[in-house]
Ligand binder design. Structure first.
Ligand code: DX5
Ligand code: ZN
Length: 232
């Protein structure tokens, strides 16, 4: 997985048809998705439950790009081996998930995956400063995690710019997650994000049987983001 800062669109399968994940993943990749974003929720760290390592392992068979797994669970460490075994490329844990995020990031890399660290909207950028040499990705939540289809929180723009400055020339992706649309993507790309997670804005209007809207939606987000970059 070579590092680059081109804009990447990572559809969240939280907005896909839960009875048809395999076809949904293949359809959205065929329509231009760069990564596949998988939201794992435990009903404890966040008020919703999605899927665990056996489901993620089943998704892997259909992912031809990069499987980006976002853990909204606590504790994280007992599950790292299972997510590695499931074929995860990037495993992201929340900085708020426990007292030992530093150890968690080390363990994720030791298990052979790229390590990501996510921040809730109420958590300042400075919390990840000591972690930047241990992380391959920082994920800024632009909604409170737990559900797809929520409204983008504008207050997070300054956090993205601060992180981008803090990262400097380290090979660390800045991912944004929640409420990303063709309207909000330029704000994030302009502030320095390179990975844009989008659930409802990618999957709306289409289906595995009629996936062309997925492609249209992805292209609209990418175009708006790239325009903000050249303008910056
Ligand atoms: C929220 C998840 C997101 C979510 C994004 O807890 O982490 O990945 O699915 O969905 P949209 O793009 O609909 O806000
Ligand atoms: Zn997510």
């Amino acid at each position: 997985m070579p590092f680059d800062r081109r804009i990447k669109i990572a559809p969240s399968i939280l907005s896909a048809d839960f009875a048809d994940f395999g076809r949904e993943i293949r359809a959205v990749e065929a329509q231009g998705a760069d990564w596949i974003h998988v939201d794992v929720m435990d009903g404890h760290f966040v008020p919703n439950i999605t899927f665990g390592p056996p489901a993620v392992k089943a998704f892997r068979k259909h992912v031809g790009t990069v499987m980006d797994v976002h853990l909204m669970i606590t504790p994280v460490d007992p599950y790292i081996a299972a997510f590695a075994e499931a074929g995860t490329d990037i495993l992201t844990a929340h900085v708020e998930a426990g007292p030992h995020i530093h150890r968690t990031l080390q363990a994720i890399r030791a298990a052979g995956m790229k390590a990501g660290v996510a921040l809730n909207p109420g958590t300042p950028a400075s919390t990840v400063e000591p972690l930047l040499d241990l992380a391959d990705l920082v994920c800024v939540m632009t909604v409170n995690p737990g559900f797809g289809g929520q409204k983008f929180i504008h207050g997070q723009i300054a956090k993205v710019s601060a992180l981008r400055r803090m990262i400097g020339d380290r090979p660390v992706h800045v991912e944004v997650d929640g409420g990303i649309t063709p309207e909000t993507a330029p704000l994030m790309a302009g502030a320095g994000a390179d990975v844009l997670v989008a659930g409802s804005a990618v999957f709306k209007g289409g289906s595995a049987d009629d996936p062309t809207p997925y492609g249209r939606n992805i292209r609209a987000i990418r175009k708006a983001a790239n325009a903000a970059r050249t303008a910056a």
